[in-house]
Design a protein around this ligand. Sequence first.
Ligand SMILES: NC(=O)c1ccc[n+]([C@@H]2O[C@H](COP(=O)([O-])OP(=O)(O)OC[C@H]3O[C@@H](n4cnc5c(N)ncnc54)[C@H](OP(=O)(O)O)[C@@H]3O)[C@@H](O)[C@H]2O)c1
Length: 177
Amino acid sequence: MANIVYIATSIDGYIAKSDGGIDWLNEIPNTQGSDYGFGDFMSRIDGILMGRSTYEIVMDYEVWFYTKPVYVLSNSWTQLPGKWAHKAQLLKGDIVEVIDTLNQQGIINIYVDGGKVIQSLLAADKIDEMIITRVPIVLGSGIPLFTPDLPELKFEHTGTETYEGGLVKSSYVRINY
Ligand SMILES: NC(=O)c1ccc[n+]([C@@H]2O[C@H](COP(=O)([O-])OP(=O)(O)OC[C@H]3O[C@@H](n4cnc5c(N)ncnc54)[C@H](OP(=O)(O)O)[C@@H]3O)[C@@H](O)[C@H]2O)c1
């Protein structure tokens, strides 16, 4: 059972520009058509839990690239908007209880996505693994992956891979010592 972060950040730790833009991710050279290990990662997980704001970006994508069930967490929406609404399920409530419910439904290994969702789970010490790809750009401002109020949490580094475009993907698992 694991809640896993798989995310890209700028050198200065932002996951999106202040307006939510991720054009800087789409501009990275990729002449070999690498998926950066995303397919292998998707095969490991049972479902994706994303925040409402992340879905607001995803719902405008031309292609739905998730191969596992997607759950969107929002306590303000009553239904999912957009052309991909039929591909995802809206969930409400306390995030830890939502994860417990998903686990009971057989969604055991969960890809958690969205800055605030990740921060909520870090605050509750419910993140087991983080796979963070550092993109060689300083954005200066934006939506941060980590916020100053998070607790101290120790992780073990389990590997690093580099990709075209200067991407550095590092994996960490939560440990206590
Ligand atoms: N660089 C990358 O790899 C990457 C990956 C994913 C996302 N992004 C970007 O990150 C941005 C979205 O991140 P974000 O931090 O703004 O928001 P987010 O985590 O995607 O969504 C936050 C929203 O989720 C809902 N929510 C409900 N319960 C929650 C809880 N317990 N904790 C946290 N959220 C809860 C709330 O919406 P309600 O008010 O409706 O309840 C909240 O405003 C987008 O711009 C997206 O493109 C980048």
